[in-house]
Design a binder for this molecule. Structure first.
Ligand SMILES: [Zn+2]
Length: 81
């Protein structure tokens, strides 16, 4: 079974998956650094995979520069979207 990835055009920080009652999960999304190569092949260039800490839904969205800068310790030039 293929794993479903929710594609987002804009970066979001909280999960937007709704349950059967229509209630939004709103769990915190964390970059999914241990994604398999198989998963990484499914996402567009310059996108990262994020996973909801609550329901474990997977998202792909544009890389967030501010998160990157703190992670890698190197400064990246701001990009206009
Ligand atoms: Zn969620």
């Amino acid at each position: 079974m293929a794993i479903e990835i929710l594609k987002q055009e804009k970066a979001i920080t909280n999960c937007i998956v709704k349950n059967e009652k229509g209630v939004m999960c709103a769990g915190h999304l964390k970059e999914y650094l241990t994604a398999t190569e198989e998963l990484k092949k499914q996402i567009p260039a310059k996108h990262s995979i994020y996973r909801c800490r609550r329901c474990l839904a997977l998202y792909t969205m544009p890389e967030q520069d501010h998160l990157h800068a703190s992670k890698s310790g190197s400064l990246l030039a701001p990009q206009k979207l």
